[in-house]
Design a protein around this ligand. Structure first.
Ligand SMILES: Nc1nc2c(ncn2[C@@H]2O[C@H](COP(=O)(O)O[C@H]3[C@@H](O)[C@H](n4cnc5c(=O)[nH]c(N)nc54)O[C@@H]3COP(=O)(O)O)[C@@H](O)[C@H]2O)c(=O)[nH]1
Length: 945
């Protein structure tokens, strides 16, 4: 029964008991009151009776009779009491109602009561029935005794007023009592309700919380009053609930799956699974609770691990096993299970807890690891380690059977270029394709392996399928070269890849696996040096070379320390003026034993070994320092170009190195030019563009070296903040003999000019090359024809001598289109002549328009520069005549600022190509004339074409 019901029953019972007791008490009190009233009335009546007896006994007969009446009247008057005196014969002796006197008491109960009292002298109570006029009266009957205690009469005394007063008083007291009782009952009810609320409500809540906890939810009971027992119980419950919840959470958040199995039921059903279990198996808790504990293995029961688990559960001990389980979708997984018994006391276990973890990935990884330890992930070919194992085995077998083994070391040509230009994804695709081709090119006993990067190794063995004599081997290797070189499509582009192969044979080129591979590698390097896309057999001489390379590394280190490097400078010459307009710094190594070595001997090794970084910094510093020294010595200031290697480009510190070289030397930045090769710049334009921008921000000049040899992306070229392109020596070398080289050179020059870049042709060795380049509007040439790279002092001497190209090869050549200048101001005329002649133009300067017409008639004029204000004829008039007669001539007008109207006129008439305002600024003039010349040549080019 609920506590509240119990409390209600208790309260109701208490209330009933109090009610009954109250009623009894009231009844009793009523009785007592009645009796008290009676005894009071008796006492009063007896007192009257005594007084009356005393008064009447002194009289007799009628006197006595009168005295009775007097006394009755007295009492009635003064005491307001209705009294009646009855004689022993029951006649009324005295009465308030006088006409009753002498009458006998009416028969009835009252008469008997009075008669009895007259007989035995006992006081009695009686009532006089109500009449029409009088209400019922309560009366007490007492005897009246004479001095001898004889009953002489009965005194009937009416005590109704007394009774009424007393009962009114009693009723009031009862009412008050009843009110008190009701108030008490209400209080009791209130207390009961309060108790019910303060006890049963918290208990109900506690029950609810306990049920919640049982359902595995977080539950907390409200603590209304921590000081009472229920509050204490709630507090204890809450801390117990928190502790349980913490454990629950811990179990739910663990990475491993947890299952609790009930041993008390058949099949050991699952009683609890956590979230990790759901994640691992794909089942929800609702789907598995109640299922047998081994349901995860499905029908796959013949597993040693499962037997062990079952045995351990029978024996009530812990166990550990790896089982093959099945997820909800049927996918098998490796399940590492640990089980432990759960005992509530010392008895047998009631439950088992199982921790499960999914080790599928780790297990697969270890299988994969074992595979990866031997095979290359990208291509699936054997890796270095497996190849070395097989090679060792093959050597053992070859020794026993007297067979020959050949190791072919293969390296792709220009793989980096492809990787950098087409992206790593394409690079990977290429490697996979090459791997397949190599695999297809070998026989069953052979092995193809990838050693890493773009290096592959073939192990070729003699056997039933063929011998490995030189002829057979050569044939097979050629087949490999051809197979690799077959065209393929990469990143949407059709490309062809070649490779270089080095060959080393057992037993003659090495007795063990390591040596054979090393020698094949050395031979491969030689194949690369000899032009790539070929193969080389290992020789002792190659071994010697490789040895020398090793030594080179060591001595390069020393060279830096011992200051054995020096710079030579090769002049760059303007094809217009014939004058030196720049220098290229080229590194040389003054070797203590071998003398002066060019970069070909060491620069690629320095690049590979990383030594190029300190060497490159040395070059930058030395070139800046030397250039500043020449400027300080009064030589014409010239920019010096320094070659920047790929490693330097990739170096974060390059900017700081350049800044330091400039700051330490004091050279103005625009006198330093950095030459980056086309392949470096295009390899990773996303890196090279910002790098170039940083360099331009310093103020240095930039050029692209060896242009035309790499894969140039024209959209990037447009983004490069460069100043000039260097036409590669390979085109220049054949420019006079090969139409292709000429066409490419032409295209590069035209494209450069349209991008406002200058073109420097490298490796100009002959006058023919130079003349052709000049004719094709190349700006600058560099090469042995003008000067080989010179040591600093020799170069200084050349500059001091103002050594130039012969005039007939420059813009001043007799057949070069002339520049005609017409100005009546002879001072101005001389100045223009000087400036433009120095720029290499064949200038005709005249002050008279007649002379100008004469020159136009006799010479091929490309550009005409004419003053607007002349006395004989206005510039506008003169130029418009020239336009009609020689439309191909580019006409530039020199105008004063107040010549706006005539300038406008000239432009409207189409008489001028451009005008230039006086005072003329030299740089603007030179640039404008150069642009006009380019336009002239372009127009002529079109005409010729
Ligand atoms: N990273 C650095 N690379 C450098 C540095 N110094 C040089 N180099 C690079 O080495 C390459 C070979 O240089 P070098 O042997 O000095 O050859 C240069 C010239 O001597 C040569 N040249 C010049 N004119 C002619 C010619 O008419 N005919 C002919 N056969 N050769 C000629 O060309 C080389 C200059 O080439 P380039 O740099 O492309 O302008 C060379 O490629 C340098 O890049 C260095 O300090 N750091």
């Amino acid at each position: 029964m609920r506590i509240s019901t119990k409390l209600t029953v208790v309260v109701a019972t208490v209330f009933a008991v109090i009610g009954v007791a109250g009623l009894l008490t009231i009844n009793q009190m009523r009785d007592i009151t009645q009796r008290s009233i009676g005894s009071e009335a008796v006492n009063l009546a007896q007192a009257m009776s005594t007084l009356m007896a005393f008064e009447v006994t002194q009289h007799a007969g009628e006197a006595r009779q009168r005295r009775y009446q007097e006394l009755v009247d007295f009492f009635v008057t003064h005491e307001k009491r209705d009294i009646e005196i009855v004689a022993p014969d029951l006649t009324i002796l005295a009465d308030v109602t006088t006409n009753h006197i002498g009458t006998s008491i009416e028969a009835g109960e009252r008469r008997q009561v009075i008669a009895q009292t007259l007989r035995d002298g006992q006081a009695r109570m009686t009532r006089e029935a109500a009449t029409e006029n009088e209400p019922e009266m309560r009366q007490v009957v007492v005897p009246v005794r004479d001095g001898a205690r004889n009953i002489i009469a009965a005194l009937v005394f009416e005590y109704t007023p007394l009774y009424n007063d007393m009962t009114a008083l009693a009723a009031k007291a009862f009412r008050q009592l009843a009110i008190l009782a009701l108030a008490g009952a209400a209080l009791a009810l209130g207390c009961a309700l309060y108790l019910a609320r303060s006890v049963s409500a918290p208990l109900r809540q506690l029950t609810e919380a306990a049920l919640q906890l049982g359902r595995g939810q977080r539950a907390q009971a409200a603590v209304r009053d921590a000081s009472d027992e229920i509050g204490e119980l709630a507090t204890v419950f809450n801390s117990m609930s928190s502790a349980l919840h913490l454990r629950e959470r811990a179990m739910e958040s663990t990475f491993n799956g947890i299952m609790i199995v009930d041993l008390g039921k058949p099949g050991f059903p699952l009683e609890y699974v956590n979230r990790a279990f759901e994640r691992i198996t794909g089942y929800t808790a609702a789907q598995v609770l109640g299922k047998p504990s081994d349901f995860l293995v499905r029908g796959d029961v013949d597993q040693p691990g499962l037997h062990e688990i079952r045995l351990a559960m029978r024996e009530g001990r812990e166990a550990h096993a790896v089982l093959r389980g099945y997820r909800r979708d049927g996918e098998p997984f490796w399940n590492e299970v640990s089980i432990a018994p759960v005992r509530s006391d010392d008895g047998p276990p009631s439950h088992y807890v199982a921790i499960i973890s999914d080790i599928t990935e780790a297990r697969n990884d270890s299988d994969q690891l074992a595979h990866q330890a031997q095979f290359d992930i990208l291509t699936g070919l054997a890796n270095r380690s497996l190849m070395m194992d097989r090679l060792k085995q093959a050597i053992g077998s070859a020794q026993r059977h007297g067979e020959r083994i050949v190791v072919a070391f293969i390296d792709l040509d220009d793989f980096k270029l492809i990787n950098d230009n087409l992206g790593h994804e394409a690079g990977d695709q290429l490697l996979r394709e090459v791997a397949q081709r190599l695999q297809a090119s070998i026989r069953p006993r052979d092995t193809a392996a990838r050693f890493g990067g773009d290096e592959f190794v073939l192990l070729l063995r003699e056997g039933e399928q063929g011998a490995l004599g030189e002829a057979q081997l050569t044939e097979r290797i050629r087949a490999v070269l051809e197979s690799v070189a077959a065209p393929l499509t990469l990143a949407g582009r059709d490309i062809q890849v070649h490779c270089s192969i080095g060959l080393a044979a057992f037993p003659q080129d090495g007795a063990d696996a390591e040596i054979l591979v090393k020698h094949a590698d050395t031979a491969m390097y030689r194949a690369k040096e000899l032009g790539r896309n070929g193969f080389q057999f290992f020789t002792e001489a190659l071994q010697l070379r490789a040895q020398q390379q090793l030594e080179l590394g060591a001595s390069l280190h020393l060279a830096l320390e011992r200051d054995e490097f020096e710079l030579h400078y090769q002049p760059q010459v303007s094809l217009r003026s014939g004058r030196v307009v720049g220098l290229e710094a080229l590194l040389r190594w003054r070797h203590p034993d071998k003398g002066l070595l060019g970069p070909g001997h060491f620069i690629s090794f320095a690049e590979e070994s990383g030594l190029i970084i300190p060497i490159g910094e040395w070059v930058l510093r030395r070139a800046c320092k030397q250039n500043k020294a020449w400027q300080d010595a009064g030589l014409p200031p010239l920019p010096v170009a320094v070659n920047i290697s790929a490693r330097q480009c990739a170096q974060q510190e390059l900017e700081a190195v350049v800044r330091a070289a400039l700051a330490d030397s004091g050279l103005a930045p625009h006198y330093l030019e950095l030459e980056l090769t086309e392949s470096i710049s295009m390899a990773d334009p996303e890196h090279s563009v910002p790098m170039m921008e940083r360099m331009k921000a310093i103020g240095v000049e930039l050029s692209i070296d060896d242009f035309g040899t790499g894969y140039s992306n024209m959209s990037y070229l447009k983004r490069f903040p460069i100043d000039r392109l260097k036409l590669d020596i390979s085109f220049v070398r054949e420019i006079t003999t090969d139409p292709g080289s000429l066409a490419i050179s032409d295209a590069i020059i035209t494209m450069s000019h349209s991008l406002h870049l200058e073109v420097v042709a490298e490796g100009v060795e002959t006058e023919g090359q130079l003349a052709l380049l000049a004719q094709r509007q190349c700006d600058i040439v560099q090469g042995f024809y003008f000067s080989k790279p010179l040591a600093a002092d020799a170069l200084e001497a050349l500059l001091r001598a103002d050594y130039r190209l012969p005039g007939h090869l420059t813009g001043r050549a007799a057949d070069a289109p002339a520049l005609l200048v017409l100005d009546d101001d002879t001072h101005m005329l001389d100045l223009l002549d000087l400036v433009l002649s120095n720029e290499g133009y064949r200038v005709h300067a005249v002050s008279d328009p007649e002379q100008a017409f004469e020159i136009l008639a006799r010479h091929q004029v490309a550009v005409l520069l004419c003053d607007q204000r002349m006395p004989a004829i206005s510039g506008v008039e003169f130029l418009s005549r020239v336009r009609r007669m020689y439309p191909e001539v580019l006409r530039i007008m020199l105008s004063a600022c107040d010549d706006a109207e005539s300038t406008r006129q000239a432009i409207n008439m189409g008489a001028v190509y451009k005008f230039i305002e006086k005072p003329v600024e030299q740089a603007t003039l030179v640039a404008l004339v150069a642009e006009a010349y380019q336009l002239y040549h372009a127009g002529r080019g079109q005409q010729t074409a």
